[in-house]
Design a protein around this ligand. Structure first.
Ligand code: NAD
Ligand code: TYD
Length: 359
């Protein structure tokens, strides 16, 4: 039975990945999820797997080298899938330090622990032991509105403290691959959406605000473009890269699904109205009047767009969920998980929201 060490598995993509992996491999794999449970980590995301005998949760910081090394000493971990990170650009603009600590130093700790556990006396590594570093397209910087795509060969040009910290972590992984032949891959993915996403990010924030009759804050002119991918397709891509990709390679993951932020908001409003019964008092409140243009994000990247040619050609991955279907599934999920949203939008979230949006 192959053992996975997943970092950040209580967050948005990590929890979707754990569900995806148990759905695909069932009892044939074992997953150890190590997560510090920051504001973004939510054990509720994993309620339906927590009793599985082949699942273990460990609350630890990825910067804690003793705790991480102990996990490698206890088990023969064959796969590391490294999601844990501070992930929100707006928070990185307000407080960059924790981004450098977790994203850069935390990644270094993970690399050192895996290297120490997997390296053989001759400097080679145990066969079939692999590390996958989950990264973002934001490391490539910003594209013009009228053309171009991010390829694996596009030079790094990060602008926000978040993307700079992810770029640094990518470079560390590259350095370990180049220097030690450390068995790893890097994936750089575009914006994800789907179940369990924390409502500080565009799509769940807009769904939650609209359902509560709150303003929909649009940064700048609303015409910034993101390339949206349904989270399950990302999870599938990660697994395929780890099992079918060439070691030491980077793979871009994206669905050729570019949309302006304002388009996304209109789609959400239309779908919410469609979903609500005429008798539901919220229906009348959910309209374009909620859209409120606010000050632009500092250093706001204009456009991201991934060219997924390499992962398609080499690994056979393609995005299965078209946006129309994905956003419908996402909205349905938030409707069915009202309590999940209520639990996380109380307390600290309210403080964050008030400070961020001066509500
Ligand atoms: P998230 O913020 O929802 O989750 C991050 C998880 O990491 C949380 O469970 C949190 O508790 C945990 N964590 C944070 N600091 C930690 C620490 N020091 N030690 C242990 N655990 C810690 O993030 P996400 O959106 O799920 O993103 C996961 C990864 O995917 C990140 O590396 C991110 O850069 C990358 N990524 C995200 C997107 C996206 O659209 N969300 C796109 C491409 C790549
Ligand atoms: P976000 O979900 O934070 O992802 P990222 O910045 O990593 O791409 O933001 C997606 C886009 O939506 C980005 O262009 C910023 C914009 N945005 C708003 O206009 N209003 C908001 O309240 C948020 C959170 C984001």
């Amino acid at each position: 039975m192959r053992t996975y060490l997943v970092t950040g598995g209580a967050g948005f993509i990590g929890s979707n990945y754990i569900h995806y992996m148990f759905g695909k491999y069932g009892d044939d794999i074992k997953i150890i999820n190590v997560d510090k449970l920051t504001y973004a980590g939510n054990p509720e995301n994993l309620k339906d797997v927590e009793d599985r005998p082949n699942y273990t949760f460990v609350k630890a910081d990825i910067c804690d080298s003793e705790a991480i090394s102990a996990l490698f000493e206890k088990e023969d971990i064959q796969r590391v899938v490294h999601f844990a990170a501070e992930s929100h650009v707006d928070r990185s603009i307000k407080n960059p330090d924790v981004f450098v600590k977790t994203n850069v130093l935390g990644t270094l700790t993970m690399l050192n622990a895996a290297k120490a556990a997997w390296e053989l006396p001759d400097g080679s590594f145990k066969p079939d032991h692999k590390f996958l570093h989950v990264s973002t397209d934001e490391v490539y910087g910003s594209l013009d509105e009228d053309g171009g795509y991010f390829y694996e060969t596009t030079p790094y040009d990060p602008h926000s403290p978040y993307s700079a910290s992810k770029a640094s972590s990518d470079f560390l992984v590259k350095a370990y691959m180049d220097t030690y032949k450390f068995p790893a891959n890097i994936t750089n993915c575009s914006n994800n959406y789907g179940p369990y996403q924390f409502p500080e990010k565009l799509i769940p924030l807009m769904i939650n605000n609209a359902l509560n009759g709150k303003k929909l804050p649009v940064y700048g002119d609303g015409k910034n473009v993101r390339d949206w991918l349904y989270v399950e397709d990302h999870c599938k891509g990660i697994d395929m890269v780890q099992e079918k990709g060439r070691l030491f390679e980077t793979y871009n993951i994206g669905g050729h699904n570019e949309k302006q932020n304002i388009e996304i908001i209109h789609i959400i409003l239309d779908q919410l109205r469609e979903k609500l019964d005429d008798s539901d008092p919220r229906k009348a409140l959910i309209n374009e009047d909620l859209i409120t243009y606010v000050a632009d994000r500092k250093g706001h990247d204009r456009r991201y767009a991934i060219a997924p040619d390499k992962i398609k050609a080499e690994v056979g991955w393609y995005p299965e969920t078209m946006f129309e279907e994905g956003i419908r599934k996402t909205i349905d999920w938030y409707f069915e998980h009202k309590e999940w949203m209520e639990n996380i939008t109380s307390g600290d979230y309210l403080k964050y929201y008030e400070e961020m949006y001066k509500a």
